[in-house]
Design a binder for this molecule. Structure first.
Ligand SMILES: Nc1ncnc2c1ncn2[C@@H]1O[C@H](COP(=O)(O)OP(=O)(O)O)[C@@H](O)[C@H]1O
Ligand SMILES: [Mg+2]
Length: 242
């Protein structure tokens, strides 16, 4: 097995024909690493995550999952191949109960009953709320449910788009620690985060994206201590923070 689980080369993608948002983007996700993408608002972070998940058309370049090209696959095929996506918003069915949300993503799994028990072991806060409507959960619990739904099918790679949006620093830390812990269980995670310092403290590697292009990448600790990066992205003069 190669050390790299996901490879992106020369990626060009966008919403409108001939108007690419991403230009020549390259990225590698190392197996069992937590890799974080940062960058100003509108940089194309969500577009990159969606392009990997098969939700935004790719006009050039390629995306490889464990050596197999997945560039133009349908989103439902991605799930079968072990790629899970936690969207930034609308990532749960509010009208359904927690149990129904989880049942929906596990409906084709023969071992769904035992998998539910395993998931409740990882997310004990969800157990007493199984019968409650998902819309009644707190912000942090909703993100936990969204992550549990992504995790249900035992993905190799999990894409998480700003899972801490709208959460307190304490709950953000819980979500980030959870992501970190999952890498120890064999999941490789590509994370988009606006809470840059908090995210980089638990990340292995970091990519900076701006205007749809790669700006810089390196070990998270190095990016965190880089004075120029610090000035621009870590609180000094943070560009377009949202
Ligand atoms: N559904 C869409 N249709 C057209 N343009 C979009 C759509 N979503 C995002 N964009 C544009 O793509 C660019 C990158 O957006 P996005 O990937 O959401 O940035 P980020 O996640 O880094 O804040 C922005 O200029 C944005 O206006
Ligand atoms: Mg975004």
């Amino acid at each position: 097995m190669s050390d790299t689980v996901l490879t992106i080369e020369g990626l060009e993608a966008g919403y409108v024909r001939d108007l690419p948002i991403l230009r020549n983007v390259a990225l590698t996700l190392r197996r069992q690493s937590l890799t974080t993408i940062i960058g100003p608002n509108g940089a194309g972070k969500s577009t990159l995550i969606k392009a990997i998940a098969g939700l935004v058309p790719v006009s050039a370049g390629r995306i490889m999952l464990d050596g197999a090209e997945i560039t133009h696959l349908r989103p439902d095929r991605m799930g079968e191949l072990g790629l899970a996506y936690v969207p930034q918003t609308d990532n749960i069915f509010r009208q359904l109960s927690i149990r129904e949300n989880l049942a929906l993503v596990m409906r084709r799994m023969p071992d769904r009953a035992s998998r539910l028990q395993e998931l409740l072991g990882v997310f004990p806060a969800l157990e007493p709320k199984l019968g409650d409507r998902a819309g009644s959960l707190s912000g942090g619990q909703r993100q936990m449910l969204a992550v549990a739904m992504a995790l249900a099918r035992r993905p190799r790679v999990m894409l998480m788009d700003e899972p801490s949006a709208g959460l307190s620093p304490k709950i953000t830390a819980e979500v980030l620690d959870l992501a970190r812990g999952l890498t120890g269980q064999g999941v490789s995670i590509l994370l988009v985060e606006q809470n840059v310092k908090q995210a980089l403290r638990v990340s292995d590697h970091c990519y900076i994206l701006a205007e749809g292009r790669n700006q810089l990448d390196g070990p998270a600790a190095q990016i965190l201590s880089d004075p120029v990066v610090g000035e621009i992205y870590l609180g000094g003069k943070r560009v377009g923070a949202a």
